[in-house]
Design a protein around this ligand. Structure first.
Ligand code: CTP
Ligand code: CA
Length: 238
């Protein structure tokens, strides 16, 4: 960034940000993955650093250069990310789960490359991964973490059941986090996200308030997340 030194309103805070997308390996060369580039997590890290925070950045398969000043912890799978985040969250002031974490992984990961045989195709059996965000909420409730503000991200497509916001509100209630940033993904006209430098969304809070963030740089959405998280921290607001 250039120009005036930004307000150091996150000085003294330690934040954990997850970024990118996890990979669940079938064999040494193949994995189940997703389209997350890590850009939103990177924007969260750079804005937090600019505002004076100490940043632990848990990066799942991100190809971007590391933000100067962040402590970057590279991870590959959902299980790796889970272990890294639970370790770092202890004593953190804010944890932002911007990573796209796989919901399912192969029950078995082959040690050698899976070979074709004849015309048959294998059936890949999957199991659920750990829900890191739910684990954080549970650990906080059990008094194991301190009291960090916990922020989730939900990339949604509308479907026959409900629109994007309805899904988001239900997810906030189900997950029990403090803030949930909902954005529409896919190929629809209002979709942003993934490889884009821009993002748009609605920040849903546990108190029922909803803040719309117009399409713009991922840093703008990131700054709204830090504003809202700061307001939830005891003794810090104002
Ligand atoms: N998340 C997580 N661990 C998982 C899956 C998701 O911590 N195994 C986090 C994501 O990082 C995100 C939030 O949960 O911050 C919401 O992710 P999302 O995939 O939208 O929610 P799910 O509960 O997995 O629901 P869905 O069935 O819609 O995928
Ligand atoms: Ca999911």
């Amino acid at each position: 960034t250039s120009g005036a030194r930004p307000l150091q309103d996150l000085a003294g805070l330690r934040v954990v940000v997850t970024a990118g997308g996890t990979r669940e390996h079938l064999d040494p060369v193949r994995f189940l993955g997703n389209r997350s580039s890590g850009r939103q997590g990177w924007a969260l890290a750079t804005t937090a650093l600019a505002r004076g925070a100490e940043v632990d950045l848990v990066a799942a398969n991100v190809a971007l250069p590391p933000p100067a000043g962040a402590r970057v912890v590279p991870v590959r799978s959902a299980a790796d990310l889970h272990a890294a985040v639970l370790g770092l969250a202890r004593g953190a002031d804010v944890v932002v789960m911007a990573a796209a974490v796989a919901d399912f992984r192969p029950v078995r990961t082959e040690q050698a490359k899976i070979k074709k045989s004849g015309t048959a195709a294998p059936t890949i059996e999957l199991e659920q991964t750990e829900d890191v965000l739910a684990g954080l909420v549970a650990a906080r409730a059990a008094g194991e973490l301190g009291a960090p503000v916990i922020v989730g991200f939900a990339a949604e497509t509308g479907d026959a059941e409900a629109d994007v916001l309805t899904h988001g509100r239900a997810k906030l209630a189900r997950k029990g986090c403090d803030l949930l940033v909902v954005n529409e993904v896919g190929d629809g006209p209002r979709s942003t996200g993934f490889e884009s430098a821009d993002n748009a969304g609605v920040v849903l809070a546990r108190d029922g308030s909803e803040q719309v963030v117009a399409p713009g740089p991922k840093e703008a959405l990131a700054d709204v997340v830090w504003d809202r998280a700061l307001a939830l921290l005891p003794d810090r607001a104002g």
